[in-house]
Design a protein around this ligand. Structure first.
Ligand SMILES: *[C@@H]1O[C@H](CO)[C@@H](O)[C@H](O)[C@H]1NC(C)=O
Ligand SMILES: *[C@@H]1O[C@H](CO)[C@@H](O)[C@H](O)[C@H]1NC(C)=O
Ligand SMILES: *[C@@H]1O[C@H](CO)[C@@H](O)[C@H](O)[C@H]1NC(C)=O
Length: 258
């Protein structure tokens, strides 16, 4: 009985989707405009080859990605030489040249490097690290099921006005708010994360999740398609497959009763 009621509610509200096509075969609906790149572009490459990986290269890569302002492009790379003096990090600042930095083995060293490259006026290492730590603590709380504590920590982190990693904080809070049932709050946070970092795939997935929770299945489908556009490799991930299946179930309700 409850199932029938749900299906009927869905039928009356949603006729907009191209429900015959499975989500994964839909052509991209809207191409996202490329992110405008600032003139003082900064690229950071962290060696994750064997020796550097043993010295913490992957952890430093994650920390740098969590600290960096959107105009800084952070990625992994192969051997930069100087094996044993790592983790080694190559950095280039447009117009200023490039250099390799050794012994960047902790988040604190990563933050110092960013402050050095961008200048203290643009990047405050102390604030960046405080926000990174709060986000990590919040994610642990969320995993333990304490979404309220996670939400409070993330709200505090947003208040610190860091210059980088803020899209990650909004994304985490979006997740926490969705868990708490604050769907409109979750949607707002996902939209803010996309505004700060339009190419951040996870934010588009969370945008889709909030829309799904609102019963906006067609818009959720669009948001998932945006995520897939940005990173086609997510198609193989379990979490993406779960999202698609859940959405198709809803869309199947519409097609079977119309
Ligand atoms: C990684 O290091 C090994 C030697 O330890 C080297 O043979 C290989 O070419 C390196 N790979 C890259 C991508 O730099
Ligand atoms: C960074 O921020 C902290 C806390 O807001 C402040 O005390 C410190 O002076 C700032 N550092 C720089 C170099 O601006
Ligand atoms: C839900 O999120 C909004 C922000 O969009 C916030 O203002 C509100 O306090 C939150 N509601 C609850 C019940 O936490």
């Amino acid at each position: 009985m409850a199932v029938a009621v749900t299906a009927a509610a869905v039928t009356t509200a949603y006729h907009c989707c191209s429900i015959a096509s499975p989500l994964r075969r839909l052509p991209p609906r809207r191409r996202l405009p490329p992110t405008p790149r600032a003139s003082g572009d900064v690229e950071i490459r962290v060696c994750t080859n064997r020796t550097c990986a043993r010295q913490g290269g992957r952890e430093v890569l994650a920390a740098l990605a969590g600290l960096a302002p959107p105009r800084v492009d952070v990625a992994s790379c192969g051997c930069l030489g100087r094996c044993g003096a790592g983790p080694n990090v190559a950095a280039s600042v447009a117009g200023k040249g490039a250099a390799v930095f050794g012994h960047v083995g902790t988040a604190a060293r990563g933050a110092q490097l960013l402050e050095h490259l961008l200048g203290a006026a643009e990047f405050n290492a102390t604030t960046g690290l405080a926000v990174l730590a709060a986000k990590e603590k919040a994610e642990t709380s969320l995993e333990k099921g304490d979404a309220a504590e996670a939400e409070a920590l993330l709200t505090e982190a947003i208040g610190l006005n860091a210059c980088g990693g803020v899209h990650l904080v909004y994304s985490s809070r979006s997740k926490a708010r969705l868990t708490l049932g604050n769907i409109s709050g979750a949607l707002e946070d996902a939209v803010d994360a996309i505004r700060i970092a339009p190419k951040f795939t996870q934010a588009h997935l969370l945008h889709g999740d909030a829309l799904f929770a609102m019963g906006e299945y067609c818009l959720a489908e669009d948001a998932y398609a945006d995520a897939l556009n940005l990173d086609p490799s997510i198609r193989r991930s379990k979490s993406y497959k779960v999202r698609v299946e859940r959405l198709q179930e809803k869309l199947a309700c519409v097609s079977s009763s119309t």
